[in-house]
Every structure is written in C-alpha cells, then in structure tokens.
Write a protein that binds this ligand. Structure first.
Ligand code: AMP
Length: 226
C-alpha cells in the first residue's frame, strides 16, 4: 500500500511550524518544505531569485504569488516528496491555496495557534544556525496555560548539530515582526476558513515544548494521512 501524506502547517510567524515540521517530517519519512528556508538559501547564494526576494523578506512582506507558486511546484515534484510532504509557510494567500489545489491533494491542514504576545516573545528570542538551519529559542514562557521551556544550544552561539554559528534572522527583529504579523492577519488567516470549509482543518493549540507536542502532532498526521 502506498501512503500519501500531504500536509500543511498553517499559523502565524513564531508559532512553531518550522520546529514541528522539521521534527515530525523525518519521523514519517517525508520532507519539510519551507518556502522561507528556500528563499533564505537563494538570498544567501546571491542568485537572481534571491536578489528579487531579499528586500521583500527584510521588510516582512510577502513574495508575489507567481514566484512562490513556481518555487513550490518545483520543490514538491522532486523525488524525495513522492510519499508526501509537510508544507511549512505555504500557502500564505488564497491564490496560493488555489494553485496548490491544482497540483496536490492535501490530506490535512494543521492550524497552529498561540496568543500574539507569546508569538512576539518567541520570535524575538529565536536563533537559527547559519549553516544547517537548526532552530533554538531562549524564551521561557509560563503563562496563559502555556508552559514552554527554553530550547537553548548546549554552547552559547553554536549549533548543537553541526557547530555552525547561530544568528538572529533579520526579519525576527522587533520592527519587522509587526509587519509579518500584520501580513499573516490580513493575507494568510483567511486560509483558516478556506480549509475549514473543505473539512480538512484541524485546530492545534500548543501548551508545552516540542518534546511533548511533536508526538501529539505525529499522531494527528498519522490519523489523517490517506
Ligand atoms: P518564513 O520563514 O516562513 O517566516 O518566511 C520568511 C519570509 O519569506 C516571509 O516573511 C516572506 O517574505 C517570504 N515567504 C516565505 N513563504 C512565502 C509564501 N508562501 N508567500 C509569500 N512569501 C513567502
């Protein structure tokens, strides 16, 4: 029996989509597909595409639908996505969701939600490995029924996995965070209703750190895979 597992992780910046997708994907044998990661790699390499999206990303805006859809199509037709994928950061607009309907059959959309004050605190405290993209967070949250311990590296400023240098994403700075949250609220949050109406949306409110949340998410994905 071949099992297709095509999932979308939907939610505002800082909610944990990347952390969850990067941990759950490998356990299910499917790749995390992050359009943000793809764009950051293009910017780093100085490609034509990278130069085109750099300014938009730094300002916290959204890259145009045509460009993102093209990139996504190319990525999910690669061989490693044959069994499925977890989309992290795509779709972000209704036209993107409509384009996705034309090229995939999404089994489930996990709608991940946290209060905005917690998002802001988590984004500000996020650090990323410049080399392998591994994620760390020094925020320690314990309020509103949410208990998230910090996820610091073993050695300050250094990636546990590859020893690479940790840095703060330019768009994780306070001025840009507000723009990104506004873009989410205006352009992306309508997707919640879009997918709820299709009957494939599952709501998920994290209450603890990834050690406790990832197994729960994997259970949900296994239940809803086709
Ligand atoms: P992320 O890592 O998902 O927060 O994405 C970082 C930035 O890349 C976003 O703020 C956008 O500028 C751009 N980006 C990533 N994915 C998309 C998308 N699906 N649509 C438009 N812009 C995107």
């Amino acid at each position: 029996m071949s099992m297709a597992m095509q999932f979308v992780f939907l939610g505002p910046p800082g909610v944990g989509k990347g952390t969850y997708a990067s941990r759950a994907g490998p356990q299910l044998g499917i790749p995390q597909v992050s359009t943000g990661d793809i764009f950051r790699a293009e910017v780093k390499s100085g490609s034509e595409l990278g130069n085109k999206v750099k300014g938009i990303m730094e300002a916290g805006g959204l890259v145009s639908d045509d460009v993102v859809i093209e990139v996504l199509k190319k990525r999910i037709t690669r061989d490693d996505a044959r069994k499925g994928f977890i989309l992290d950061g795509f779709p972000r607009t209704i036209p993107q969701a409509e384009a996705l309907d034309g090229i995939a059959k999404i089994d489930m959309v996990l709608n991940i939600a946290l209060p905005e004050d917690i998002l802001i605190e988590k984004i500000s405290a996020r650090r990323v490995c410049r080399n392998c993209g591994d994620l760390y967070n020094v925020a320690s949250i314990d309020r509103e029924g949410i208990k998230m311990p910090p996820m610091p590296p073993k050695e300050e400023g250094k990636c546990d996995k590859c020893g690479g240098e940790l840095y703060q994403r330019a768009d994780d700075k306070e001025e840009v965070i507000k723009e990104r949250l506004a873009a989410y609220n205006k352009q992306t949050s309508p997707l919640i209703d879009y997918y709820r109406e299709k009957g494939i949306l599952v709501d998920f409110k994290p209450t603890a750190g990834p050690e406790e949340m990832v197994p729960k998410i994997i259970e949900l994905l296994k239940e809803h895979g086709s």
